[in-house]
Ligand binder design. Structure first.
Ligand code: NAD
Ligand code: DAU
Length: 352
């Protein structure tokens, strides 16, 4: 490809958020070469990127971020100048049953990437290591208040602790080795291509199949939901305009208690599937709570709004409707990702 302006490594680009980000960058920036590095775990799926796979500014390499030799080879082969790091184990429930996988990928993998970038970028210019992180590092809120960039870290799940540790490593590499870094901490994403272990796609799938909707505990837990395309726009904004060494909180200004969200989802699904009123809601059941379950997350996204001009554009009503339509129209994608051993995993774990 002619006139390469940047060589950007996106890790985890075959996953949910990563695939939307890869698509946005490949299409919007034809002079950026986008190298997607992904281990293709259960959560990574190249079908998510079939529409951009043949673009001349896109390349895929299968590999693991815990493999240092592989990372060094990628940096050399493509003369990588920037990293947008999304590869991670991302599901809280899995972190409870298998915490060491989260230490391995989220902590060790991130440290390996930082080490490789530090080594490779010693005499280069215009570099950026951008870490995509989560609001879960801040722990849980009470009934009021919001997470700001100044909120102290207080992670409660092994997933949150692994992301907090990786954020700390990013910060430490900036302080110690002058690595040019930026971090963003985002709230709950939803939208097409999300693996159906997470609340919204799991419940869409279960309603479609007339299966139970297992709400943890009393169902009064609160999350702040953001449509995935709004998140990748925010990442684009931070990548191009974020100040080095800064952290930006990203959120939807959109808090919902799980039970209220699920009721809206049920009503929308009943309308779209032309089922009797109340038939989906009847599938709700309250099950054993998630251990260490954070009561409430809510992001104050005013810093990115005021300083960089980003704010969410997609209303929850519109985003949820589009998401349901996507899952209903992509039954083959869903069937493919929930087949085999995975099916037993999510059916058995909490429905006791
Ligand atoms: P995901 O689970 O859908 O995708 C993760 C991707 O990383 C997959 O493609 C997987 O194959 C890849 N991967 C996993 N381990 C790897 C390894 N060792 N080496 C290379 N690749 C590996 O996750 P997601 O929901 O798209 O989240 C992406 C990032 O955004 C994560 O870092 C997550 O912590 C963060 N985040 C997610 C949300 C959310 O609501 N989903 C919110 C805030 C932040
Ligand atoms: O806040 C950002 C985080 O959001 C991301 O960092 C994580 O990668 C992402 O998975 C998400 O974490 P949550 O734990 O909030 O998402 P999840 O979809 O698993 O759960 C959302 C809420 O719904 C939470 O309160 C738990 C509840 N829940 C979830 C499932 C899967 C249920 O009640 N029943 C369920 O079956």
């Amino acid at each position: 490809m002619p006139n390469i302006e940047r060589n950007i490594l996106i890790t985890g680009g075959a996953g949910f958020i990563g695939s939307h980000l890869v698509r946005l960058f490949v299409r919007r920036y034809p002079n950026y070469r986008i190298v997607n590095l992904d281990a293709l775990t259960y959560a990574g799926n190249l079908d998510n990127l079939s529409d951009v796979a043949s673009q001349s500014n896109y390349l895929f390499r299968k590999g693991d971020i815990t493999d240092v030799a592989f990372l060094e080879a990628i940096f050399k082969e493509f003369d990588i100048d920037s990293v947008i790091h999304l590869a991670a184990e991302s599901h809280v429930d899995r972190s409870i049953s298998d915490p060491m996988a989260f230490v391995r990928t989220n902590v060790m993998g991130t440290a390996n990437l930082l080490q490789t970038a530090t080594k490779y970028w010693r005499n280069t210019q215009n570099n950026l290591f951008y870490h995509i992180s989560t609001d879960e590092v801040y722990g849980s809120l009470g009934k009021t208040g919001l997470f700001t960039e100044k909120t102290a870290y207080d992670p409660n799940s092994p997933y949150a602790a692994s992301k907090a540790a990786s954020d700390h490593f990013v910060r430490a590499y900036a302080q110690t080795y002058d690595l040019p870094v930026v971090i963003s901490n985002c709230s709950n994403n939803y939208g097409p291509n999300q693996f159906p272990e997470k609340l919204i796609p799991l419940f869409i799938n279960n309603i479609k199949e007339n299966e139970e909707l297992p709400l943890y505990g009393d169902g009064q837990y609160t999350r702040d939901w953001l449509y995935v395309l709004d998140h990748v726009e925010a990442i684009d904004t931070v990548f191009h305009q974020g100040k080095l060494g800064e952290t930006y909180n990203i959120g939807g200004f959109n808090e919902w208690k799980n039970i209220d969200l699920v009721r809206v989802l049920c009503q929308l699904m009943e309308e779209k599937l032309q089922r009797p009123k109340g038939s989906a809601e009847a599938l709700i059941c309250f099950v054993k709570d998630r251990p260490g379950h954070d009561r409430r997350y809510a992001i104050d996204a005013n810093k990115i709004k005021k300083e960089l001009g980003w704010e969410p554009r997609v209303t929850f009503e519109e985003g949820l409707s589009k998401t349901i339509d996507w899952y209903l129209a992509n039954a083959a994608w869903l069937e493919n990702v929930v087949s085999g051993a995975y099916k037993n995993y999510y059916k058995k774990q909490y429905l006791t």
